[in-house]
Design a protein around this ligand. Structure first.
Ligand SMILES: [Zn+2]
Ligand SMILES: [Zn+2]
Length: 400
């Protein structure tokens, strides 16, 4: 198995953090938390499915792990789990071997539909815990469930049958590899969907934000949607995905929001400014202190901010809008089961349905395709967006 993983032992974590100021190359060295190996995989638990991976997308959360943009004291880092994190959870491949009662057979095309860090009762075919029973299997309360062996950035992997999903024949690999981020975007929008005619802001212009824009257009055709991009090259795609207008992050966002929503900019002490009025609803698809702090500021009183982007570390930001303006701050993570227009349906099923119907478009999402061995180039393309103009970077392992 050729595989890319992060070894999050405190010793490696601290070594890389201490050394990389002087020696940036430590990240690619043998001392690093990041490891690329060709190895014999450990024996999988009985009943697991063996998958040949075709391609895997690099997600922002993979990049946080790779670059140790993380804190070992945050809630998810304190939950039990293996210190070895196989990178990549957006993938499409085919089954090599599967137990007869697994529901899969060799050759079936599959995607992973299992949260990272061990999945859930449902993925492992266990008696469901409270959250799993309610369909919130992304919040499974079982601990110590074994995660997949290998991930999306490996050429093969092993996982329980419940962590896989068959791909319909008319869904191309290029679409299937994007089902996971599409499902995350659907879950994010359905956590707090807009009402008719609302003014909506999508902060960010990457894979998740582009899907959020498309989902908003489906859920609320008459909403007025603004997107904030970091770079000019992202504007066109944001428009094609449904934004009525696109601003750049360095624009005067308070003034533009006031103008857009009928609000008012107020200048206070030391010429510092704030806003009265603002957007009804804001989806922060970046999730760093600057974007979340500003999102709370750009929401109207009693408006809603949905946090979709993830930070794996504590943030310092002004939370006063949450109490003073009674702004609702709603979190969102991965995907689950939704109540959607009278249907109880998985985000994955909605994503696949909308892709097949042509309502969720994926053209232009994958900007870089590189073989697994060129992972360094791929990772750098994913982080250096200004020069690479990347949206989604995909590592390819071939189908053979
Ligand atoms: Zn992801
Ligand atoms: Zn559970």
């Amino acid at each position: 198995m050729k595989t890319l993983y992060v070894e999050t032992t405190p010793a490696r974590f601290l070594a890389v953090q201490a050394l990389r100021g002087l020696w940036p190359g430590v990240l690619w060295s043998r001392l690093s938390t990041l490891q690329y190996r060709e190895m014999t995989p450990p024996a999988p638990p009985a009943g697991w499915v063996h998958v040949k991976n075709h391609q895997g997308g690099i997600c922002g959360s993979d990049l946080h792990l790779i670059f140790l943009d993380a804190d070992l004291g945050v809630h998810p880092a304190l939950l039990p789990g293996s210190t070895r994190k196989y990178l990549g959870h957006e993938l499409v491949g085919h089954v090599l071997e599967a137990p007869p009662d697994s529901g899969f057979k060799p050759g079936d095309r599959v995607i992973r539909q299992m949260r990272t860090g061990g999945g859930s009762c449902l993925a492992h075919g266990l008696e469901p815990c409270g959250p799993c029973r309610a369909g919130h299997y992304h919040q499974c309360e079982r601990t110590g469930l074994p995660d997949s062996i290998g991930g999306g950035l490996s050429d093969e992997l092993y996982l329980p049958a419940g962590g896989l999903m068959a791909v319909p024949g008319d869904l191309a690999d290029a679409q299937a590899v994007l089902v996971e981020p599409a499902a995350c975007a659907i879950h994010g929008v359905l956590r707090a969907p807009p009402g008719p005619g609302e003014t909506v802001l999508v902060y960010g212009a990457g894979t998740i934000a582009y899907f959020v824009l498309q989902v908003l257009r489906i859920v609320c055709p008459d909403c007025r949607i603004t997107a904030i991009a970091e770079f000019p090259f992202q504007e066109d795609m944001a428009r094609r995905c449904g934004a009525d207008e696109v601003w750049l992050a360095h624009d005067d966002l308070l003034a533009r929001t006031a103008e857009r929503t009928g609000g008012r900019v107020v200048t206070g002490r030391a010429n510092r400014r704030t806003l009265l009025g603002g957007f009804d609803r804001i989806y922060d698809c970046v999730g760093v202190a600057a974007t979340l702090g500003l999102s709370l500021r750009l929401a109207r009183a009693r408006g809603t901010v949905i946090l979709i982007g993830v930070a794996l570390k504590p943030l310092t930001l002004d939370l006063t809008p949450v109490w003073y303006n009674e702004v609702n701050l709603v979190g969102s993570v991965s995907f689950a089961v939704e109540e959607w227009r009278g249907e109880r349906i998985r985000d994955y099923d909605i994503a696949i349905r909308w892709m097949r119907e042509g309502r969720l478009k994926t053209e232009g999402f994958v900007t870089h395709r590189l073989p697994l061995e060129r992972y360094r180039e791929a990772i750098l393309a994913a982080v250096r967006k200004a020069s690479s103009r990347s949206v989604k970077v995909v590592l390819e392992m071939g189908k053979g």
